[in-house]
Design a protein around this ligand. Sequence first.
Ligand code: PLP
Length: 440
Amino acid sequence: MSSAPFDMAKAALDAAEARFIANNPLSQKQHELAVDALPGGNTRTLLHTSPFPLTMKQGRGAYVWDEDGHRYLDLVGELTAGLYGHSNPIIRDTLLSTFDNVGLSLGSTTVQEHKHAALLCSRFKLERIRMANTGTEANMHALAGARHFTSRRKVIVFSGGYHGAVFSFPNGKAAPNTVDKDEFVVVPRYNDIALAVDTIKSTPDLAAVLVEPMQGAGGCIPGTKEFLRAIQDAAHDVGALFILDEVMTSRLAPHGLGVELGLKPDMVTMGKYLGGGLAFGAFGGREEVMAVYDPRVEGSLAHSGTFNNNTLVMSVGYEALKRVFTEEACVELNERGDRLRERLVQVTEGTKIRFTGRGSLIGVHFVDEAVEVITCGEDIQGKERRDLRDLFWFEMLEEGFWTTRRGFVALILETDERELKGFVDAVGRFVERHRDIMAL
Ligand SMILES: Cc1ncc(COP(=O)(O)O)c(C=O)c1O
C-alpha cells in the first residue's frame, strides 16, 4: 500500500492532538501537578492517555464534565461498573440512609450481607457465595479455593484474558506482574476448541480452567457456546474445576451470560456494578466447592477482608440490583446495546472500523484488512491501526462523547436512544470526514 493514507492519518492525528492540547489547559495543568505524587500522574494505568489524560470533575445522569468545563455523554460507564449512571435516586437514598441508620463499619456479621448474598445467589443461580472488594480479589479467592478443593496447582487461561490487576494474559503470555505466574498455562487463541481441549487434556496437575464468556479487556470478543461448553466438559473430564469470570458479563443477561449460554460452572466470579457503584467483588458456585471456605470445617481456607461486608456496599449493591437493574431492565439495556451496535456497523460499512461485543458492551477495533469475524485477538494481530483508534478518540471527545482510548463502550442505564443516535451520527461524520484513510 502507498504511504499516502498513512501520511494523511498522521497529519489528521497530529492536528487532533494539537486541538486536544489547546482545548484542555486545566486537564493538562492537573496532570503536571499529579506527577509530583503519583508515578506518571496516575493510579490506574488504563486511564493514562498521551499527551495527558482528561481530568473529570463531575458526573450527573448520563453525562460527565471535565475540568475545562466540556460535557460528554458517558460511554465509558466505568468499564461496566458505572451501569447505574451518576444520579440514581435509589442509590443516593440507600447510601444516605445506611450512613444515618446503620453506620459505616460494624465489625460484625450483618443481616444485610446475607440479604445481598441471597439475592446474588438466586439471581445468578449459585448455591453459595462470598464477597470481596474487587473482581481481582474474587478471582484470587476462587483460584485458591479451586486449588484447595482439587489439591492441584495449575490453571489454564486464554490469550487476551483479563481476570484482574494481577491476572492478565495479553498476547499469549502472563503479564509480568501476574501472581503465581508459573502456575498458569495460557492457551494461545480464545475460541479455538481443539487447541483448548488439547491443552486441558495434556496439562498435568490442573486445578481449574478460568475463562470469560466474553473477553472484555481483550476487545469485547464473545466466546461461542460450543467453545465454552467444550472447555467446561474437558475440564470436568480431567477432574478440574470450570470457573467462569463474569466480572464484566454478568450484566449481559438476567442471570448472567453463563446461564444464558447453558453453562454449569463450578464457580463464578463477579464484581463491578454489583456493588451499586462502590468497590465490590464476589465468588460463588457449587455448595461442595464453596465449602472449602466454611470456617466450621476443620482445615478450611481462611478468607479475610476488612471491607468484604462493608455496610454501604452491602446495602447499595442489594437495593440497586433488586430495584434498579431488574431482570426486565437488564433485557432492555442489552437490547438497546444490540440496536446501537447494528447502527454503528451500518454507518461504518466498508471502512476499517469493526465493532464487536454483545448487548450493552461494545468493542471498537480499527483493522487494515477485511476480517470476517474476530474470534480472538490473534485474528487481528499486526493488522490493527492504533493511529486511527487514537484519532477516533480525540474526535469523539470533540463531538462530546467520552469513550475509552482503547476502544470500549459500556452503556449505562440512564443513556437514552436519542443520545445514542447522536453517537451514531458522530461516528458517521467521522468516517465521512476521513473517507480516504478509513476506507478499506
Ligand atoms: C473479566 C474481568 N475480571 C476481573 C476484573 C477485575 O476486576 P477489578 O477491576 O474490580 O479488580 C475485570 C476488570 O475489568 C474484568 O474485566
